[in-house]
Design a protein. Structure first.
Length: 257
């Protein structure tokens, strides 16, 4: 069976195979898996572990396991020695097994770092792709806001918010408003800001209810109803959720050309 992605279990099997720490039956089955199943995931991992094993043998400084690792490795020996006194041959077998396990531990630690680097690289690639997508969106937005048939109008702060500012981009062919509000403090509790289409004749029409974030910034988009001959855009402070007609004080106001 071919594996689709690398897991911790597969990585551990590859490290044990490269270190020669498998039993005979496990090694035969793993070798059969590599040769007959032709699993690219396991083959690549086993080859990397075997290459690293060669580097360790050729000149890496010997590493001393931590006390906890050493204790775990020596525990089987301690338990066995309590049961019986080992013969010299049995000691040699245990020492060989201990060396194989220690080698597999070192390889597993080394390639765990390698796997972490691969995951970090993948995360960076994902972030780059996300940034590229956002950049493309911004380029499309910039192109749409700077088109020749887009009318730009500034809204000035009113009343208790004189420092507030807004810029309205009116895409007339699409009958669409994009309003960028800046330096407008969040509305008081139980109140909302409401954007209005102000026609030359008739009552204002609501363009949406909003509130600014703690950074006193907001973006409002609205489609202009057909048949409205507009002369201004306004923002008022209304009860939370807004009203059919403006009743509160102006927060922003700007005349349309």
């Amino acid at each position: 069976m071919k594996h689709l992605q690398l897991t911790d279990e597969l990585q551990e099997q590859a490290s044990l195979y490269a270190a020669g720490a498998m039993t005979d039956s496990e090694r035969r089955e793993y070798a059969r898996h590599l040769e007959e199943d032709k699993c690219p995931v396991c083959r690549r991992e086993a080859e990397e572990f075997q290459a690293a094993s060669g580097l360790l043998a050729l000149g890496l400084d010997p590493l001393t396991p931590s006390p906890s690792v050493k204790q775990r490795l020596m525990a089987p020996l301690a338990n066995a020695s309590a049961a019986q006194t080992p013969t010299p041959r049995r000691w040699l077998i245990w020492l060989a097994a201990l060396e194989a396990v220690a080698a597999s531990v070192l390889l597993f630690v080394a390639f765990s770092d390698n796997a972490q680097l691969r995951r970090s690289a993948q995360e960076l690639r994902t972030q780059v792709q996300q940034l590229e997508a956002r950049l493309a969106e911004q380029q499309v937005l910039t192109a749409s806001l700077t088109a020749a048939d887009v009318q730009i109008t500034n809204l000035a702060g009113q009343g208790t918010t004189p420092a507030a500012r807004a810029r309205l981009f009116w895409d007339q062919p699409r009958r669409h408003w994009a309003v960028y509000v800046n330096n407008l403090p969040p509305a008081p509790p139980n109140r909302s800001y409401q954007l209005w289409f102000v026609p030359k004749a008739g009552n204002p029409v609501s363009a949406g209810v909003f509130n600014t974030q703690p950074n006193v910034y907001a973006v409002i988009e609205a489609d202009v109803p057909a048949g409205l001959d507009l002369m201004a855009a306004a923002v008022t402070t209304e009860p939370a959720g807004g009203l059919p007609q403006p009743t509160g004080p102006f927060a922003l106001l700007g005349a349309l050309n």
